[in-house]
Write a protein that binds this ligand. Structure first.
Ligand SMILES: Nc1nc2c(ncn2[C@@H]2O[C@H](COP(=O)(O)OP(=O)(O)O)[C@@H](O)[C@H]2O)c(=O)[nH]1
Ligand SMILES: [Mg+2]
Length: 379
């Protein structure tokens, strides 16, 4: 073979390899399909905080399409938590402000005052603010500055303040085969009925047999509202006529739960805060008739996060009337006042267990301190 022939041969072989290679590549791409769509908005790049998407929550309906009403399919806990992060973006302003202040050099008294102001503005409360500022001052002095260091210290101290050690699980199981009974209290407009509906969806998705009690008999609209939720999620609602005795509706709901061997009964109540005595009489009676049949597993106080100090005062009144076991903090979407989580836990000594993040049926998520603090600091 001449040198020219060898060169021609080599070029030909190279060309064949190239053509075959690119055909294989194209075929491979076709099999794989289009690039996968991004699972989360770029605002939440932290994979460690994105829960595994196959976390079990959704139970497929065994007989789809069998009933006339189409039951809705609740969103999984995993994607709820992702959304929690996104919906908490309002909290980012606090983090940005704090980090900006803490990166000042030197950290003078004016700066510390500004730090204090922004914490109080976010409704963290005067006591916890004082503690946090003291810790930050001490640690930044000892451990030194730098923006990254300041952020890490702030994250640790905020998390400590939110108290990750509290038990935030919902107790939904009654003793000796009795249904778990949940009583939901709080002022009108706080989001009780909405939260009961959202919670029912989650429980149904976990295959629980649920009964709802419409013990807000004060307004007919309240009963209708709960019935609508019941229809959407396929859960029966025990109700009475407008103006009937709330305690008798509560009694009937728990009885219904017992009779049918339900897993959980959730009793929605009225939130007329006429005066403490009136409230105590009404809720006290509801509680007593429930407990004649089964012990209360949870008393959830629903609190609107946007109501600030006023909401805290109301929360205190309710906690004096009934033994609150958990807080549902609603309307955390779109408020920068997430510090109320800290304030209310301190005030009542009870954990925030659930958070409301919007008006949609799946806008309820378990409260997760780490996700919350990350949302504050995700500037
Ligand atoms: N943005 C937002 N709105 C909510 C949330 N929870 C409840 N709401 C709204 O607050 C209003 C009052 O809710 P409702 O459940 O009737 O309150 P109740 O009087 O305590 O039973 C309704 O318009 C709800 O849609 C939430 O987490 N976020
Ligand atoms: Mg209501």
């Amino acid at each position: 073979m001449t040198a020219t022939e060898i060169i021609v041969l080599v070029v030909a072989i190279a060309a064949i390899i190239l053509v075959v290679g690119s055909i294989a590549l194209v075929a491979g791409r076709k099999r794989v399909g289009p690039p996968t769509t991004p699972s989360v908005d770029s605002g939440a790049p932290d994979a460690a905080l994105t829960p595994s998407p196959d976390q079990p929550l959704i139970v497929e309906s065994s007989a789809p399409g069998a009933s006339t009403t189409t039951l809705e399919r609740p969103e999984s806990i995993a994607s709820r938590l992702v959304r929690l992060r996104q919906r908490l973006s309002g909290q980012g302003a606090l983090g940005r402000g704090l980090l900006l202040l803490l990166s000042r050099d030197p950290l003078d008294e004016d700066t510390w005052e500004a730090v204090e102001d922004s914490l109080i503005t976010a409704d963290i409360g005067v006591g916890p603010t004082g503690e946090l500022v003291e810790k930050l001052r001490e640690r930044l002095r000892v451990e030194g500055g730098g923006a990254d260091q300041a952020k890490a210290i702030l994250a640790e101290e905020l998390l400590a303040l939110v108290d990750p050690g509290m038990d935030r699980s919902l107790n939904l199981v009654g003793p000796d085969g009795l249904p778990g009974v949940v009583m939901v209290v709080g002022v009108n407009g706080a989001g009780k009925t909405t939260s009961v509906g959202k919670l029912a969806r989650v429980m149904v998705a976990e295959d629980k047999n649920v009964v709802l009690g419409a013990a807000d008999t004060f307004r007919a609209a309240a009963t209708e509202q709960l019935k609508t939720w019941g229809e959407r999620v396929g859960v029966d609602v025990v109700a009475g006529p407008e103006g009937s005795d709330p305690a008798s509706v509560a009694f009937d709901s728990v009885k219904e739960g017992l009779d049918r061997g339900a897993d959980v009964v959730v009793v929605d109540t009225a939130g007329r805060l006429q005066n403490k005595q009136g409230l105590m009489d009404e809720l006290g009676k509801v509680k007593r008739v429930i407990e004649k049949q089964a012990p209360l597993s949870e008393v959830l106080l629903v609190l609107d996060a946007t109501t600030g100090q006023n909401g805290l005062i109301q929360a205190r009144v309710f906690s004096e009337v009934v033994d609150v076991t958990g807080i549902v903090l609603t309307k955390l979407d779109g408020t920068a006042k997430g510090g109320i989580v800290v304030a209310v836990q301190r005030e009542l000594g009870v954990p925030v267990k659930l958070v409301g993040l919007g008006e949609g049926p799946d806008d309820l998520a378990p409260f997760d301190p780490k996700t919350f603090v990350d949302a504050i600091l995700s500037a």
